[in-house]
Design a protein around this ligand. Sequence first.
Ligand code: ZN
Length: 157
Amino acid sequence: MRRDVNGPGGSGSPKFAFVAWLAARDRLSTMDRISKWDHRVDETCVLCKREPESRNHLFFECVFSASVWEHLTKGILLSNHSNVWQDIVFIISDERMEGKKRYCLRYAFQAAIHAIWRERNKIRHNEKALPITAVMKMVEKGVRNKLSILRTKRVKG
Ligand SMILES: [Zn+2]
């Protein structure tokens, strides 16, 4: 199967890319948006239970999300590391960044958004959520698998 590595978001996973695409347009049903038409809802973020939930809070200003994101990307971004949505979007869109590094970051971005959104939905639907360390490991494993697939492809092709 042919995959467009340089397509929108530079993704290899349509499922991850779709959630990230919705997040980029602020179209996920975060509580700040829901509360605009339903004032009775509790806007509190279910992950940290401290602050109101919004796109920017979930990705990645929330203490829960921030630690997942930091775990994944601190080593790549070093002093450029940020957990502020606009900064991250700016960083991953920087065409001057080395291709492999940017690809890796974009993939991590989509994988982290997907995993955090899924955990958030699980809690909202009263399902058992994973501990944060498990979420970190899961996303990290996904990113590593993705990179090793890329490496194998490069050797073959
Ligand atoms: Zn939170």
